[in-house]
Ligand binder design. Structure first.
Ligand SMILES: [Zn+2]
Length: 116
C-alpha cells in the first residue's frame, strides 16, 4: 500500500512539474514570453510621430500609438530602418528611428495603412 502511494505521488509531481506564476502553465510550456510579444496595447487609434533632439547631434524620430504587438513593431521598425537606411529600436511599444524621419515615416505608415 505504502509503495503504491509513493509511486502515484511521484508520477503526479513529475507530470505536473513546476508551475509558472505568470501563466499557470508548466515551466517548460510557459507562454508568458509569447503572450507579451503578442499583446497589443490599447492605443486609442492615433498614431503619433515626433522628433526629439538628442543632447549632441542627431535626434530621433519616435512613433507611438501603433496598434501592434511587440513582434509586429519589431517587424515594422526593421522595414522602416531598411527603407531610410538608419538605425533604431523598439522601446515601450514605440519605434525609435535615428534621425528626423517624421515626414517620410508618416508617408510610409500611410502607405501601409497605419495612418488614415
Ligand atoms: Zn509563464
Amino acid at each position: 500500500m505504502k509503495n503504491s502511494d509513493l509511486n502515484s505521488n511521484l508520477v503526479y509531481s513529475t507530470s505536473q512539474g513546476e508551475i509558472c506564476p505568470g501563466c499557470a502553465q508548466a515551466i517548460d510550456k510557459c507562454v508568458c514570453r509569447d503572450m507579451k510579444k503578442a499583446a497589443v496595447p490599447k492605443t486609442g487609434g492615433a498614431v503619433r510621430l515626433r522628433y526629439e533632439k538628442g543632447l549632441k547631434g542627431k535626434g530621433m524620430t519616435i512613433i507611438t500609438g501603433l496598434a501592434l504587438s511587440e513582434a509586429g513593431l519589431l517587424d515594422l521598425a526593421k522595414k522602416l530602418k531598411q527603407r531610410f537606411g538608419t538605425g533604431g529600436s523598439v522601446k515601450d511599444y514605440a519605434i525609435e528611428l535615428q534621425g528626423d524621419f517624421q515626414k517620410q515615416a508618416g508617408q510610409e505608415l500611410r502607405k501601409l495603412g497605419f495612418i488614415k
